[in-house]
Design a protein around this ligand. Structure first.
Ligand code: SD4
Length: 320
């Protein structure tokens, strides 16, 4: 796109308008394959998409794009459910979960990892350097240190203060609109290959050792290069119980659009889980044509899509 058109679209986008591209809210349809494209959860997905776009627009691999993209959220102290600045467990320890998956179905994951700023990059190393999929806790930390990662304090003063306030009240936190912002990201590169990443500090003030859906392949993230991918945010237990992301990919394989597939998964949660009014779950899906969609249990789930240099936020439709 020539520069003037791009600039005017950037301006229009910042005003909530756009001449380009023909992407509509949830369940966009592409007559031809739309690539490269990247999408991610929540408002901070915009900055993450920007970093992923640098890789994708240079003809890079989707796997590198999703890793570089989510590293932005991991390092951002203001993102309170991911990496540095993430809310700690109830004992004050920041414990991290992450996974990554490539177009060949290779995947790597870390769970209950402490003191490492970029769990997604450790997950990638697990994928590339071990015969395993998942490492946890001390073993994951040992592996990270052996591979050149440095130990760091991830508990910021702000997160510590919020945790101490919580300790005084000891209230059970709901996974509602305000208390989670796990980043899940899906990208298709110029070659048409898809990859995905998901990274989180998990549920705020969780029990020590608790692991959610985000590092679990099939729950927080799943993809198949023949079909597309899906990722999740929200209450991990609810997502694990329905194998959420794997279910969505299989629904797309059987002809559902990304949004239809996300909606069916949310409806399954609503039908089977009696306490579903008390928590949030949001799914994103992207198929091989670059059509994307989302659906959430409660209102308030936003996500960012970047295509053709336009990076913008969409509001998800919801069950409630
Ligand atoms: C978890 N899915 O650990 C995550 C929570 C989340 O931002 O989305 N946090 O269950």
């Amino acid at each position: 796109m020539e520069r003037r058109k791009f600039l005017s679209n950037t301006l229009l986008t910042s005003l909530g308008l756009s001449l380009l591209p023909s992407i509509n809210n949830s369940d966009s349809f592409a007559s031809t394959s739309r690539k490269p494209i990247v999408m991610s959860t929540w408002n901070h997905g915009l900055a993450a998409n920007d970093a992923a776009w640098v890789v994708l627009s240079a003809g890079g691999r989707a796997l590198d794009a999703v890793e570089q993209g989510v590293r932005v959220s991991e390092a951002d102290p203001k993102v309170s459910s991911v990496g540095y600045g993430g809310a700690p467990d109830r004992d004050g320890n920041v414990t991290l979960d992450a996974c990554i998956m490539d177009e060949e179905g290779n995947c790597g994951s870390v769970a209950f990892l402490e003191k490492i700023m970029h769990p997604i990059s450790v997950a990638r190393k697990v994928m590339e350097k071990t015969p395993y999929v998942m490492l946890t806790g001390d073993g994951a930390l040992q592996f990270a240190l052996a591979n050149g990662f440095k130990e760091e304090n991830l508990l910021t003063e702000e997160a510590k203060k919020a945790w101490l306030d919580w300790k005084k009240k000891q209230t059970e936190l709901k996974i509602d609109k305000d208390h989670h912002d796990t980043i899940g990201m899906l990208a298709i590169d110029i070659k048409g290959n898809i990859s995905g990443a998901c990274t989180t500090s998990g549920l705020a003030y969780k029990m020590r050792g608790r692991v959610g859906d985000s590092p679990i392949i099939g729950a927080g993230l799943f993809l198949d290069n023949e079909v597309g991918g899906a990722c999740a945010t929200g209450k991990g237990e609810a997502v694990i119980k329905i194998a959420g992301s794997a279910m969505i990919v299989e629904l797309m394989r059987n002809g559902k659009t990304p949004k239809e597939a996300c909606k069916i998964a949310i409806e399954r949660i609503a039908k089977k889980q009696k306490d579903c009014k008390d928590f949030q779950v949001g799914f994103l899906a992207l198929n091989k044509s670059g059509e994307y969609g989302s659906y959430s249990l409660q209102k308030g789930f936003d996500y960012a899509v970047c295509f053709d240099k336009i990076n913008k936020i969409y509001k998800s439709e919801s069950f409630a």
